[in-house]
Write a protein that binds this ligand. Structure first.
Ligand code: MD5
Ligand code: FE
Length: 203
C-alpha cells in the first residue's frame, strides 16, 4: 500500500520487499569496492552511522565540510558504478510517486547498528532540489522522525521497515528529519543491522 506522509512525500510500503535479498547482496558488492566508514562531521565527531556510496557521485564529510565527490577519498578510486538493479528500483519508485524522469547520480548507503542514529538535519548538499530523494530501508526497523521547513517544526514519527521505500519530493524534500537510535534486534536476512539507500540527483 501507499501513503502520503507529507506534501510531496509518499511511503511505498514494502515496495522493494521481493527484491530485498538481491539488494542486500548488491550492498555487499558495493562495500567490497568502497568500504563502509564512519565519516567525521565538520564539528569533529565521528558519525554513528557507517556510510559508503555508489554512482557517479558520493557524499563525503570531513573537517572541511560536506560535499559530493567523484572519487572515494579513502581509496582514491572512482565510486563503484551504481548497479542497474538499484537504479531501476529508484526510478520505478519515483515514477510511482509522480516523478517519471528521475535520473539519480548518487546512491548513499547508510548502515545502522543498534544504538546508531542520525540527528535532525536537512539534505541540502544537492544542487537540484526539484528532483526527489528516494529512500529504501532494509533490515531492522527504525523510527524515522520528520518535521518541517524549520528546526522548530513539531516532529512526527513513522516506522520504516524492511522493503519500505519513501519518495521525498516537493516541499518535503527540504524538511528536517532524522533517525532515532536503532533498537537491538536480528533481522532474518540482514542480521543485526539496518541499511538505508538514498538515491539523489546532486547537480
Ligand atoms: C535514513 N537518510 O533513513 C535517511 C533516509 C540521509 C538520511 O536522512 O541524509 O542519509 S532519507 C530521508 C529524507 C530525505 C529527504 C527529506 C526527508 C527525509 N524529509 O523531508 O523528511 O538513513
Ligand atoms: Fe537526510
Amino acid at each position: 500500500w501507499r501513503f502520503d506522509l507529507l506534501p510531496g512525500a509518499v511511503v511505498l510500503h514494502r515496495f522493494a520487499l521481493h527484491e530485498a535479498s538481491a539488494l542486500l547482496e548488491t550492498i555487499a558488492a558495493v562495500a567490497s569496492q568502497a568500504a563502509f566508514r564512519h565519516l567525521v562531521t565538520p564539528g569533529g565527531l565521528a558519525m554513528s552511522v557507517a556510510m559508503t556510496n555508489c554512482g557517479e557521485k558520493g557524499w563525503h564529510s570531513d573537517a572541511h565540510g560536506y560535499r559530493y565527490t567523484t572519487h572515494d577519498p579513502l581509496s582514491g578510486k572512482p565510486w563503484p558504478v551504481m548497479p542497474a538493479n538499484l537504479c531501476v528500483l529508484a526510478q520505478r519508485a519515483a515514477q510511482e510517486a509522480g516523478y517519471p524522469d528521475f535520473h539519480p547520480d548518487a546512491c548513499l548507503v547508510n548502515r545502522y547498528v543498534p544504538g546508531a542514529r542520525l540527528s535532525l538535519h536537512q539534505d541540502k548538499d544537492e544542487q537540484d532540489r526539484t528532483a526527489p530523494i528516494v529512500s529504501v530501508s532494509l533490515g531492522l526497523p527504525a523510527v524515522f522522525q520528520f518535521g518541517g521547513a524549520t528546526r522548530q517544526s513539531p516532529l512526527q514519527r513513522v516506522l520504516l521497515e524492511h522493503g519500505d521505500v519513501v519518495v521525498w519530493g516537493g516541499p518535503s524534500r527540504l524538511f528536517y528529519h532524522g533517525v532515532q537510535p536503532l533498537k537491538e534486534g536480528i533481522h532474518p536476512d540482514a542480521g543485526a543491522v539496518r541499511y538505508n539507500l538514498t538515491f539523489r540527483k546532486t547537480c
